[in-house]
Design a protein around this ligand. Sequence first.
Ligand code: NAP
Length: 358
Amino acid sequence: MSAPRAGDRIPVAVLGATGAVGQAFVRLLAAHPWFRLAEVSASERSAGKSYRDAARWLSGALPDDVAAMTVLATDPSAVRSTLVFSALEADAAAIAEPAFARAGRFVLSNASCFRMEQDVPLIIPEVNPEQLGLLVRQRENREWKGAIVTNPNCAAIVIAMALAPLDRAFGLRKLFVSTMQAVSGAGYPGVPSLDILGNVVPFINKEEGKIESETVKLLSRVTAAGRLEMSPATVSAHANRVPVEHGHTAVMSAAFETRPTPDEALAVLESWRGDVSELALPSSPARPLVITREQDRPQPRRDADAGGGMAVTVGRVRADPLFDIRLVAMGHNIIRGAAGASILNAELLVARGILRAM
Ligand code: NAP
């Protein structure tokens, strides 16, 4: 399908529109060339209120037309759009997302509940667009008229984007990763201030398991028969919450089937544009990876907004005495790690003609 004409934008809904990720959807969709925000939903605490009254707006200007919208119940009989972005809290998503898919809607989900299902695409367009092929099996298995397509955990996406080109070139086999994750990753109101100000919390509930399993699925291939052939990589993750507003940092040591030198690894990272650069999707950054050679970068304060928040910044690529290569990657957890990732996935569905065809 070609891009929708100006004035002919596709109406979309945001489920969980009042939360931290939901608000990012509202901001990013305000000026989107293909999609028009038509409906917002949230919990029964918010349903029936105006969006202005229901959402504690976190930053920037709240668009007047969205402020005046009535927040709907998160139910396919109330929300009518075919394309729905889900920023629901996980327990609510586990119930609502299949209900929307059953009702013929395309759900672009930020929640963790379906990401690791064998028939659910876990997509980063630049890395593994072929996982959209799993939708055929999803339809057969579940008899949904619609579909669920997921984007990764906000730390896993940063890690997988940095490693995908190296995996293609050298074959990732082992990864040790330690993350320093921003407070906005915990939603709103999130981590109590007295727990995080001037502090580091070496635990984020369920995060290490998500990083380990999702990174492997993201780097996996889809066979000609439409099944996942899992990557042989083993991942060991340590997740830490740090007093940073936005931007998750991952420090990594990686071992490969073929050992690259740091210069070879840097050359591969610098030349990588991803698998969909020819589609020129509206939310694609010019370079999915920004490579820095400054010895004290990337830093969340300086680099989280690279590529409008859609680029991952990679630096400190050097030899590793335990494994082969050490590197640091950092990306915006709310934009590339959540709302922006979902919107990019929806753009891929439109560009590939899948949104209309299924
Ligand atoms: P949040 O700030 O806590 O927002 C949660 C949203 O879910 C709110 O709109 C809330 O509505 C709604 N909700 C809660 N219970 C509901 C129910 N029973 N029925 C309908 N709606 C309900 O969380 P968030 O950080 O935006 O995260 C949203 C989702 O994205 C989560 O699944 C999270 O794991 C995932 N995610 C977050 C990040 C991040 O960096 N923050 C990154 C990637 C993925 P009310 O306002 O009415 O309560």
